[in-house]
Design a binder for this molecule. Structure first.
Ligand SMILES: [Zn+2]
Length: 242
């Protein structure tokens, strides 16, 4: 069941990742980046369904026998995953995520082989404990994916490194930044707004050129900023602690 879930999740991840690459258009002014979360949300739904069925099976606990074919089948499954992981490692982009994700499937495979082998040779109870561990691991993964999605849904601020990088860009161009608001869109793209204090005697052409330069540099790093000018008067200066 986790193998079917894995395949479905992969197909949906590719589908949503492709649509997230589209440039901004009339109905998505800020780009389509967040559509990529369709893949993570599908993963949540598919694995939650599987986790529910597995929980029901685990609850109806009774003695059972483990066939020797079980570790053999698990071994065949692990072999297929090994091929998939080595092929996807050679490719780039979304497939590197897939190879990481599927690597956990390999660990699961090893647990299944050992626990079902011990279950067949010694006691079904060892096999049951293996199943419990794997079920708990699915719930752990669900929680991980959920908090990952919530980070971006909640418009979290970027790391201090990213903020420092933006501020540094303004400093290099001798613009005094009075306010900066940035949100992390999908882990590699950032969007936000900055307020720059300007003096009445400043040359608007020079200012515009500086702003264009900053925007271009930041855009190359995946940061999309709206830059607003605010006239430095005595009141504004006091407001920003000058
Ligand atoms: Zn669109």
């Amino acid at each position: 069941m986790t193998s079917i879930a894995n395949l479905l999740a992969l197909l949906l991840a590719i589908r949503y990742w492709r649509s997230s690459l589209k440039p901004p258009d009339e109905d998505h002014h800020f780009g389509h980046y967040k559509l990529a979360f369709g893949g993570s949300i599908s993963t949540l739904m598919i694995y939650s369904f599987v986790a529910g069925i597995i929980t029901l099976r685990l609850i109806e606990f009774r003695a059972y026998t483990v066939s020797l074919e079980a570790p053999l089948m698990a071994f065949l499954g692990v072999s297929c995953y090994l091929i998939a992981v080595s092929v996807s490692r050679k490719l780039n982009g979304v497939f590197t995520h897939y190879s990481k994700f599927t690597a956990s499937e390999l660990i699961e495979g090893v647990v299944v082989i050992t626990s079902s082998l011990a279950g067949a040779l010694l006691s079904y109870f060892i096999d049951y404990v293996g199943a419990l561990i794997l079920a708990l691991y699915i719930f752990y993964e669900l929680r991980e994916v959920f908090s990952e999605i919530m980070k971006y849904v909640g418009d979290a601020a970027p790391s201090l490194d990213v903020t420092r990088l933006i501020k540094e860009e303004f400093r290099k161009n001798a613009l005094s930044l009075s306010n900066l608001r940035v949100r992390n869109v999908d882990g590699v793209h950032y969007q936000g707004a900055a307020i720059v204090l300007v003096n009445p005697e400043d040359d608007i052409l020079v200012l515009s050129k500086k702003v264009d330069k900053i925007k271009e540099t930041l855009r190359g790093l995946g940061i999309d900023l709206v830059i607003e000018f605010k006239l430095r008067t005595s009141e504004v200066g006091a407001e920003y602690g000058e």
